[in-house]
Design a protein around this ligand. Structure first.
Ligand code: GDP
Length: 530
């Protein structure tokens, strides 16, 4: 990844990113402060989480409820320092869902938030690994420095060792816990002082001529100043200095220390994204690489969300624009069905004013309301046939049977399940023989999330039970081969929500046997997105 200075200014100023963190590290608080400094909300405290609902609903959805306005469930845009920030939400609950992975295919960078007392936690590590697969540049924010936290060197060492990435301090904390007074900005030689009395107040920032500047003593108590000088000297000797190229290639992360709740360190982090963060990057397709500055508009669906408005059963497809300058009303081609599609009512999630999108550029995320035509992985172009690659599909690892506790509601349950399958929230299989549905997921908690959503959004209480099957394989091959196979294996067959044939079993032995008996048949653990 490199910066491309030749990008048109409207594209070059865009920063599309996600925040990754372990629950409770402070993602919501940080998001709120971003919106505050992005001019999107007037007062902090409007995004607060309420109780447990936050674990099953996206944080932005909660924001939408709290603020009573239509932001979005998945993406928000705001301006800062001449840059357009597109912040894409990663789902908040602690189990791992496919959604999270896919979201990370739509961004160019990520902010990793860690808790200064806890360091790198399990979910952070998992999400980090996904970012690494794509070599995403990562900025680190070490939060909650106003509380007792670990030693600065220890935190940095842990990240370096645990995540195998170089860590370059962008700021250095002064004092710990109750004694924490602020940071020394190592990239810009400034003293940043936190205001504990007013949580929304921007830190006082004083320019310094390096660490020997005598004016430091006017603001920092002697013992803390001595420690700061000693530590920074050690840090400069022992730790790598920030290198933008290494950062953009995903090998180095700059780290800022701060306290989101005290609005401290947040603007410096935003400045970091503006100054060093990557502009929209080229995207890969099976056919060719797509550069953001191409004239024609292209984009791909990375997320589908149903029931954003409980009154309508419509869906919104979230599209990352890969190239071009999009204008409302444009005629696009939906590549999978080869059908034209006039995009007349796209939503751009501008946090400050919630207008329909009149225009958008490569790097932006637009929401397209639709009735189900748009699926995850679909491409939109001005006519060219493109298949975007890199949007992962996952093999369902856990299968369970789902039933409505009230048998009268079985028909409605089918509708609900189909919608979740289209969203990509689960795989749903309808057995060829018998009744009921089998649901496949990647993480066990997804069953609980699904059960609560089906009840909440459709009013259908459901029960998940163990299934006689443990593995699913998509069946493909020449029609005659597939038909012959289907004839003799009915008890094991099901169809997914697209009507594609799936073989279910509990024995690896079955799968091996089929491989031998039907060499022309293909069994795959994942289904291609396209
Ligand atoms: P999320 O689960 O990552 O979205 O975390 P939240 O933003 O909801 O924060 C979790 C808890 O940590 C909340 O009680 C916050 O008030 C608190 N918190 C967030 N930032 C800070 C901080 O800088 N200092 C302290 N002391 N608490 C914080």
């Amino acid at each position: 990844m490199t910066n491309r200075p030749q990008l048109p200014p409207e594209i070059a100023r865009r920063r599309t990113f996600a925040i990754i963190s372990h629950p409770d590290a402070g993602k919501t608080t940080l998001t709120e402060k971003f919106l505050l400094y992005g001019g999107a909300i007037q007062m902090a405290g409007q995004v607060r989480a309420k109780g447990e609902a936050r674990r099953t609903r996206s944080d932005f959805m909660k924001m939408e409820q709290d603020r009573g306005i239509s932001v979005s469930a998945s993406a928000m845009s705001f301006d800062f320092d001449g840059h357009r920030f597109n912040l894409v939400d990663t789902p908040g609950h602690s189990d791992f869902s496919e959604d999270t992975y896919r979201t990370l295919t739509a961004v160019d960078a990520a902010i990793m938030v860690i808790d200064g007392a806890k360091g790198v936690e399990s979910q952070t590590r998992k999400l980090f690994e996904v970012c690494r697969l794509r070599d995403l540049p990562i900025l680190t924010f070490c939060n909650k420095m106003d509380r007792e936290s670990r030693d600065t060197f220890e935190i940095i060492d842990e990240i370096q060792e645990n995540l195998a990435i170089d860590v370059a301090p962008a700021s250095w904390p002064i004092g710990v816990g109750r004694e924490f007074i602020g940071c020394y900005d190592m990239l810009g030689d400034r003293l940043e002082l936190m205001d504990r009395a007013d949580r929304n107040k921007v830190a006082q920032s004083i320019s310094m001529k390096g660490l020997d500047d005598p004016r430091l003593a006017d603001h920092v108590p002697a013992d803390l100043l001595a420690k700061l000088r000693e530590e920074v000297e050690m840090a400069r000797e022992l730790l790598p200095t920030f290198d933008q190229r290494s950062f953009l290639e995903g090998h180095m992360t700059p780290i800022w220390f701060g306290s989101a709740i005290n609005s401290f360190g947040v603007q410096e982090l935003m400045q970091g994204i503006s100054t060093y963060g990557p502009p929209p990057q080229p995207q890969n397709s099976a056919e060719r690489e797509i550069s953001p500055d191409e004239n024609t508009v292209t984009g791909f669906v990375f997320k589908v969300q149903a029931n954003m408005d409980p009154k309508h059963r419509d869906r919104v497809a979230f599209v990352r624009l890969a190239s071009g300058h999009f204008e409302r009303g444009m005629k696009m081609v939906h590549v999978r069905t080869k059908k034209p599609m006039a995009v007349s009512n796209p939503v751009l999630f501008l946090a400050a004013d919630r207008e329909l999108a009149e225009e958008a550029w490569a790097g932006d995320i637009i929401g397209i309301p639709n009735h189900g035509q748009l699926r995850i992985g679909d491409a939109l172009t001005e006519g060219e046939t493109l298949r975007f690659t890199g949007i992962p599909s996952f093999a369902p690892e856990l299968l369970q049977t789902v039933r409505a506790t009230d048998p009268m509601k079985a028909k409605h349950l089918e509708k609900a399940l189909m919608q979740f399958a289209e969203e990509g929230a689960a795989k749903v299989f309808k057995p060829a023989i018998g009744s009921g549905f089998i649901v496949g997921v990647v993480g066990a908690l997804q069953f609980e999330v699904l059960a609560s959503r089906i009840e909440l959004e459709y009013g259908i209480p459901v029960r998940f039970e163990g299934s006689q099957f443990t593995s699913a394989r998509w069946v493909s091959g020449a029609k005659s081969v597939v038909d012959a196979f289907a004839e003799t294996n009915k008890a094991h067959l099901a169809h997914d929500h697209d009507g594609d044939l799936v073989y279910l079993t509990r024995l690896q032995w079955d799968i091996d046997r089929i491989g031998r008996d039907h060499p022309d048949l293909r069994l795959t653990a994942t289904k291609e997105m396209m």
